[in-house]
Design a protein around this ligand. Structure first.
Ligand SMILES: [Zn+2]
Ligand SMILES: [Zn+2]
Length: 462
């Protein structure tokens, strides 16, 4: 049998790997390329494999860099099953449909320009309808349930602890009476993170395919992170400003709400009005609330109380645009959580317009900010920003709270690999070249691992 790598090779997006065994073809993930405009053009490339030959698709988790091209598979004639965790099915219902909507809008605006120039019109990558059709092919599983996906291939999903429903994919493969185990880490979670369990430790594999996003870095401790959050909230209260938190709608938003509940007294949150100003964030929070069976011990205990783990007495869920605009009129005492996580769009930009020029406003950066994004400019100390063509002064205090991450850090990745009893060969994916190289050297020289750094279209035989 062999495995071929068609994405997330020396980069963090576009996860897509193909396993070939017993004349069957099983695709692991079908993610979108994300980042610069140039890079995203690759989403329009034809798939580098024959879609009509696919027998099954397995999806590790709902992030678009792992699922975003699934509707294109269906458009190109794949009619088999897409296996994934039940919570991932629920998240994809929100995220893939939203992605279809964004592609429709992008094509609409592009075509306006093209019409004026007399150029040929473009089709959206896929539409909301394509995304909805794709959902019909999903088959939801629980963790630790074994299922035969095709001849000689048994699938078990293990908890990856990255976002709700995220899975490590364990495949028991039998070919010519020989059985082998392949383990694909998906995106591995950060130990001791709020709400979710730590990544499941698989003990045996004949080949491990592991992410390497933070292969070159160690995270700040959760303890320090919570302390810093508390200090910033106290500071903001003393100078009577608003706090703006740009947050990813899936994962980070729920972690913040949960920790607000846990530190409600300590951070004196009763003195604030808290707004979740994000229709997507509200929907994702409902998915998190529904799948309480995958919570870690502490979150399960909190769940035991009458209120859900995200409920706060002064939390306002803001769905409509009218409501969101009303929040803009508050000058003091509001904590506003809104997307997008890197400040590239969404309602957070409107809140910036009404707050970022104020000296007493505070912006809390709680997620990774990629190069070229508005969030990154703020982290790097921009004195002014452009919002819809208007130059706005940055007088607010920008705080970068470092410890939040949905990914294991270098030590977390090494520990997970060392948890295998038999030192299996390992292929690194889902990491930028430098991070991957540093992790590969450590694994090779300090942990005696046989390491391959996957390159595009590379094939590895077991
Ligand atoms: Zn992810
Ligand atoms: Zn990812």
């Amino acid at each position: 049998m062999n495995i071929k790598f068609f994405g997330a090779t020396k980069e963090v997006t576009g996860s897509c790997h193909l396993i070939q065994v017993n004349n069957k073809n099983i695709l692991l993930d079908c993610g979108m390329f994300q980042g610069s405009h140039e890079h995203e053009k690759h989403n329009h490339d034809p798939f580098p494999f024959d879609v009509s030959e696919l027998d099954a698709v397995i999806v590790s988790h709902a992030h678009l860099d792992h699922t975003g091209r699934l509707p294109m598979l269906i458009k190109e004639g794949f009619h088999g099953s897409i296996y994934t965790h039940n919570a991932t099915v629920d998240l994809c219902e929100i995220m893939l449909v939203d992605s279809g909507y964004i592609h429709e809008k992008e094509a609409f605006w592009e075509n306006k320009k093209r019409e004026r120039k007399g150029l040929e019109l473009v089709e959206p990558l896929y539409t909301t309808d394509d995304a909805k059709i794709t959902l019909q092919y999903f088959k939801g599983l629980n963790y630790n349930e074994e299922l035969a996906v095709c001849e000689g291939v048994k699938l078990t999903l293990r908890d990856a602890g990255h976002i709700i429903g995220s899975a490590i994919v364990e495949l028991k493969i039998t070919e010519n009476n020989v059985s082998k185990t392949v383990v694909f880490s998906g995106d591995l979670g950060h130990k001791n993170a709020p709400i979710l369990r730590d990544p499941y430790q698989v003990k045996h594999a004949d080949l491990v395919v592991m992410e390497s996003t933070y292969g070159d870095r160690l995270h700040r401790s959760w303890q320090d992170t919570w302390q810093e959050m508390g200090e910033i909230i106290a500071h903001a209260k003393s100078n009577k400003g608003n706090i703006l938190i740009p947050a990813f709608t899936v994962g980070r938003t729920q972690e913040i709400l949960y920790e607000f509940g846990q530190h409600f007294q300590e951070w004196q949150l009763k003195d604030w009005q808290i707004f979740l100003d994000s229709p997507m964030g509200i929907k994702a929070t409902k998915v998190y609330a529904k799948h309480s069976d995958v919570y870690d011990k502490s979150a399960s205990e909190v769940q035991g109380n009458e209120q859900g783990i995200f409920e706060l007495p002064n939390l306002h869920m803001s769905e409509s645009t009218e409501y969101s605009m009303k929040i803009n009129q508050i000058n003091s005492g509001a904590i506003i959580i809104a997307g997008s996580g890197m400040c590239t769009g969404g309602r957070i930009k409107h809140h910036f317009k009404h707050n970022i020029w104020r000296k007493n406003a505070h912006i809390l950066i709680v997620g990774f900010q990629a190069k070229g994004t508005l969030g990154r400019a703020l982290v790097d100390g921009a004195k002014t920003i452009k919002l819809w063509g208007e130059t706005v002064q940055v007088n607010a205090k920008i705080h970068t709270v470092g410890g939040f991450s949905a990914h294991a850090d270098q030590q977390g990745l090494i520990d997970w690999y060392n948890g295998f009893d038999n030192k299996p060969p390992i292929v690194l994916v889902h990491g930028e070249e430098e991070a991957m190289e540093i992790l590969a050297q450590k694994l090779k020289h300090q942990h005696q691992a046989n390491v391959i750094q996957a390159s595009f279209k590379q094939s590895v035989t077991i």
